[in-house]
Every structure is written in C-alpha cells, then in structure tokens.
Design a protein around this ligand. Sequence first.
Ligand code: NAD
Ligand code: ZN
Length: 241
Amino acid sequence: MSTLAEAIEAIRRIRPRRVVVFTGAGVSAESGIPTFRGAGGLWRDFRAEDLATPDAFARDPLLVWQWYEWRRTLIRDAQPNAAHRAVARLPDAVVVTQNVDGLHARGGARDVIELHGSIVRVRCVRCGREREAFEAFESLPPHCECGALLRPGVVWFGEMLPPYALERAAEEIRNADLLLVIGTSGVVQPAAGLVALHRRLSIEINPEASALSSACTLAIPATAAEATPAIVDAILEGRDA
Ligand code: NAD
Ligand code: ZN
C-alpha cells in the first residue's frame, strides 16, 4: 500500500503526458451504482455472474431484462461523481472502462473506450440492428420491429469484446506514461490483462486490495472520489511548470 502523497510525488517526478485511466465498477460506486463484487452486489439473491450470460438470457429473457431494467433505472437516476469529473479534467486522457453505465461520458470525458458496451444501447438478437434506448421499456422483454427479442448492448460473461475497442485499449495502455487503475477487482478477463501491457508508472485507487494491486507501481487504499481529484491536480500541475 502507498499513500496519496507518494503517488503525487511520483507523478511530479515523471510529468506524464500520455495518461490512460482504466476503470471498473468501483469508480461508479459513489454514484450509487452497486459493484458486482462486494457489498450490495446482489439483486433478488441472484449473482451477476448468473444473469449476465448468454445462457441466462436464452433460459429466461424476462428475468434477465428485469435485472437490466433495475440497473438501467439506477444508472438513469445517478450522477457522475467527483472521480468521473476529475478524470474529465484531463484534456487528452483516454478512458478505458469496463463499465456499461456511460457515466464517464456524462461526466465530460471526451475519449472513452467502452470495453463491455453500454447499458443504454440495445441490439436485436436476429437482425442485429442496434440503437440507443435510454428510457425504460413499457413492457418486458422488449422486441425489435422485426419481431425478435432485443438484448442489452453489453458484453456478457463468455462473450467476445468488440475487437476494435480491445485493440485500441491495448495500444493506448502500452504507450501511456501513466496508467491510473480505478475501482476494478481485476478478475474479469481479458480486460484485466490489459494492465500487464503497461511498463511505466501505474497507480491504483481502490479501498480494497485487488488482483491488480501488486502489478501496479503504487496502490492507494482510498475511494475513487477521495483520491482521484488530487491525482488529477498533480498531473495537470506538472504541465503548467
Ligand atoms: P467488480 O464489481 O468486480 O469490483 C469492484 C471493485 O471496486 C472492487 O475491487 C472494489 O474494492 C472496488 N471499489 C468499491 N468501491 C469503490 C470506490 N468507492 N472507489 C474505488 N473502488 C471501489 O467490478 P469490475 O472489476 O468492474 O468487474 C465487474 C464487471 O461488471 C465489469 O466487467 C463491468 O462491466 C461490470 N459492472 C459494471 C458496472 C457499471 O457499469 N457501473 C457495475 C457493476 C458491474
Ligand atoms: Zn430485429
């Protein structure tokens, strides 16, 4: 474990220009959106790993959609928190997120790679047509004009990530001077494996130790909203000098 002061010192030393911010569910916890792992991660006694899968959807699309509508409502009513807003103050940072909540973009981030898609998009399981769907559906499960089921526009456990997003994320992380790793348990692959591509300064922000803590240069035991604003200040301060 490291202190915030040590992290700020390390940032001042290297004056990073290329910054990548890699985030997971923890960055949105302080916006009131439950993480999958940890307190508050359950919905009606189901684990996320048993609902966010192609098999679960094939078996019981209504149940899966009820869970997504619950999450979509939470997300619609949520606001970006101090961590999302701080990240957005970095003018040319690339945000690589595992989140599907769209809060980085709503917080003002310009360049967001959504590795796991978006919960405000839907896609037809038959004709593949995709569209935005921010508001709640009148009846569940929702259907396409073609008559087939719509599914959430997210990547489920066991599915491939969009290849372009994964390739670009790898490229940006490999070339970054500084990698911030915020609020991820680091157990969902292949996303978590991206961190190993980075060889320079990496700083994790997570109140708990994660599977990525030891791979990062420094690990700050604090919440995203507590630590991220000061880290961003240190990055920007180096640029004025
Ligand atoms: P995870 O649920 O596995 O882990 C959450 C991590 O966040 C934990 O390590 C926890 O210690 C940490 N954390 C909790 N509160 C925090 C805080 N205030 N500040 C910083 N860190 C905090 O999440 P994951 O690693 O992102 O993997 C789960 C998968 O679930 C992802 O693929 C993601 O797509 C999906 N998911 C997304 C959302 C969302 O979009 N908001 C929410 C839940 C899950
Ligand atoms: Zn269709």
